[in-house]
Design a binder for this molecule. Structure first.
Ligand code: IMP
Ligand code: MG
Length: 179
């Protein structure tokens, strides 16, 4: 069993700077709206959403939903499933979906289609990380933190079989040859 700390890939300081910049951009873009409704995708986005929501200078509310994600880092992924729905109706609201990472794009595509049916006033998405190499779908990311290569990353909310979510940086398992 490998107990080594993951190698630093993106430092906590670099994440803080990028999240601050995203917060300023989003605050500017939504300056005219009454409220921005943040929808965090559990579980991976919980730390990013906590920091991003505090980097905003505009009125905002927060809700969560949960989808099934990879069971392991190696198994092929099944269809996306909604595990927990939002608490509140989003009709007429300005919604920003907050994701940890977009890999194949299937999760985001599923969520954006699902939420669009509920008649929000606007619907955009923000992802901290994007792995364009493994993208299946064309789906656009409106606000993106970092583009990364096709490696399995952990920390800052992201896990490897539930481990490492609380790391203060984004790392790569030291035994990772790239999955
Ligand atoms: P997609 O549907 O393939 O875009 O996968 C998105 C989901 O897979 C993310 O929300 C994560 O939960 C998970 N995921 C994809 N890549 C990674 C990674 O490198 N580390 C941790 N989780 C990942
Ligand atoms: Mg996720």
């Amino acid at each position: 069993m490998n107990r080594e700390e993951p190698k630093v890939f993106i430092t906590g300081e670099a994440i803080r700077r990028r999240v601050g910049r995203l917060g300023r951009r989003i605050s500017k873009d939504y300056a005219q709206v009454e409220n921005l409704h943040l929808v965090g995708v559990l579980r991976g986005s919980f730390i990013f959403l906590a920091d991003l929501s505090r980097a905003l200078t505009i009125p905002r509310t927060v809700d969560f939903l949960a989808v099934a994600s990879y069971e392991t880092t190696v198994a092929p992924k099944g269809p996306v499933r909604l595990i927990t729905d939002l608490r509140t109706d989003i009709a007429g609201k300005h919604v920003l979906v907050v994701e940890d990472i977009v890999d194949t794009g299937d999760t985001l595509d599923y969520l954006m289609s699902l939420l669009a049916l509920r008649a929000p006033a606007s619907l955009k998405c923000c992802a901290l990380l994007s792995k364009p190499a493994s993208r299946n779908k064309e789906g656009r990311i409106d606000y993106q933190g970092f583009e990364i290569p096709d490696v399995w990353v952990v920390g800052y909310g992201l896990d490897d079989r539930e481990r490492y979510r609380a790391l203060p940086y984004i790392g790569i398992r030291s035994d990772d040859g790239g999955d």
